[in-house]
Design a protein around this ligand. Structure first.
Ligand SMILES: CC(C)(COP(=O)(O)OP(=O)(O)OC[C@H]1O[C@@H](n2cnc3c(N)ncnc32)[C@H](O)[C@@H]1OP(=O)(O)O)[C@@H](O)C(=O)NCCC(=O)NCCS
Length: 428
């Protein structure tokens, strides 16, 4: 009997993930993502999980992926950013071809299971020698010259393309480009929507927030305590500056592939850099109901929010408003109108995104709508966030301030009644 319950819980969890992901999957259809595969994943099960998720995302969400990969510096060959001599270049070429073969083998296996996903790989990219930088001759280290996606054979048809981090220059001379510069150059030329990179566990531990805006990411990069964190943040900042919408930084320590980090928005092992605070703020649609329910569940459980069923929300969907970040709902509010007053309820911000002004943003948004209707009273019932409302211009009131329809619900919950006078111009 116990076992059966466990199975049902798991099924519920899986169904919830699927419902919550629907929006993300639909929103990303046809988008392009560049994925930087960490060198430490080769020869481990992590690479297989990562590529399987890439294949699923390609097939189910229609996301096109370009994969480039890090080549670990040949053992004992010193500075990973230092000069590349002929001997090192030969080792890097060998390592690149082995890495590419490992990716191709795994993708061949995955695409056999998930039919309909084509993958291809590009030739080495056109490059030129970096030359002497700060009086140091970098030997066969090069930089990407130009990428013309239209000239890359099979790129249009393929769902996944492998791009080696090597280039060639005049006389077919080989250059080492490095995964970061290839990822960035490819993402720019291909007009990718996302760049996904991994960072070391210790570096990830220094990223305190689930998302950073460009200015915050720039500051973080300047103050980064380690070279590897600085480099990955600089890559992210350069990508955002170049017009890539989102950069995901995922901890190499996570063992669950790509799907949980991109789809569940629990950001346990991932942080996101973006130019904008959020994708949009606006009216919710039916497709958002599962996400709204998941968002309010902790508040319902601890008594700070009223329980609402799927049908309750569906019936009043026009009253719900949400903030979305990377196509996932991160905050919601319900705004209803009574005679002579407006009611704010169901205000919830996901745990991971608290204290980043999303609550304030929703309140500003609600007030703007109320003001546009020339309504001067905004009420909220709150049991656990009274101070939050008071600090934003609400005052405690008695039930006389409530329209008759709300009095009953307040009496049942014995919640605080908060009232804000909405003036013609926002009080700032
Ligand atoms: C209340 C809530 C919506 C605030 O969202 P948020 O996006 O984290 O809030 P903001 O970023 O705009 O504001 C953060 C500030 O509010 C404070 N704050 C957060 N929750 C608070 C609460 N329950 N009571 C008092 N202050 C609170 C934070 O400490 C922070 O203070 P600071 O600016 O001095 O550091 C969020 O905590 C939540 O979802 N709570 C559970 C549901 C709930 O109680 N809803 C209200 C009833 S409708």
């Amino acid at each position: 009997m116990k076992k059966r319950h466990l199975r049902l819980d798991k099924a519920d969890e899986q169904a919830a993930i699927l419902r919550n992901s629907a929006q993300y999957l639909l929103a990303h259809r046809g988008r392009r993502a560049v994925l930087l595969v960490p060198g430490s994943f080769f020869g481990t099960g992590k690479l297989a999980r990562l590529l399987f998720d890439v294949t699923i995302l390609s097939r189910v969400a229609g996301i096109k992926f370009a994969l480039t990969y890090e080549l670990l510096p040949p053992a004992g060959k010193g500075d990973p950013n230092g000069p590349v001599c002929d001997a090192v270049m030969r080792e890097l070429e060998k390592a690149s071809s082995a890495s590419k073969t490992e990716i191709e083998k795994l993708l061949a296996y995955d695409t056999e299971m998930i039919e309909g996903v084509k993958h291809t790989s590009t030739m080495n990219l056109e490059a030129h020698r970096l030359g002497v930088v700060k009086q140091r001759d970098l030997g066969l280290r090069g930089e990407v010259k130009a990428i013309k996606p239209a000239d890359i054979r099979g790129l249009k048809q393929a769902a996944i393309v492998i791009v080696p981090p090597l280039g060639f220059g005049p006389g077919r001379r080989r250059y080492f480009l490095g995964a970061y510069s290839v990822a960035l150059a490819f993402a720019k030329a291909w007009k990718a929507h996302k760049l996904i990179a991994f960072c070391k566990k210790a570096d990830f531990a220094r990223l305190a927030a689930p998302s950073y805006m460009l200015a915050e990411a720039k500051k973080l990069a300047q103050e980064a305590g380690s070279r590897s964190l600085k480099e990955v943040l600089q890559l992210g900042v350069a990508a955002l500056d170049a017009g890539i919408d989102r950069v995901h930084l995922i901890s190499e320590s996570g063992d669950n592939g790509l799907l949980p980090e991109l789809l569940t928005s629990n950001y346990k092992h991932a942080s996101m850099l973006s130019k904008d605070r959020f994708d949009n703020i606006g009216r919710a649609g039916l497709v958002d109901i599962p996400s709204i329910m998941a968002l309010i569940k902790p508040g319902v459980d601890d008594g700070s929010l009223l329980p609402r069923t799927y049908e309750d929300i569906e019936a009043g969907i026009g009253n719900y408003h949400v903030i979305k970040l990377d196509s996932s709902v991160v905050a919601c509010v319900c705004l209803t109108y009574h005679k002579g007053c407006a009611e704010l309820s169901c205000l919830a911000v996901s745990d991971e995104h608290r204290n980043r002004d999303y609550g304030q943003l929703l309140l500003d948004y609600v007030e703007k709508r109320v003001r546009a209707r020339r309504i001067t009273k905004l009420v909220a019932l709150s049991s656990r966030a009274t101070d939050w409302f008071e600090e934003r211009g609400f005052a405690l009131a008695t039930s006389r301030a409530l329209p008759p329809g709300m009095r009953e619900s307040q009496a049942r919950r014995n919640s605080h009644i908060l009232l804000k006078k909405i003036t013609a111009a926002p009080a700032r």
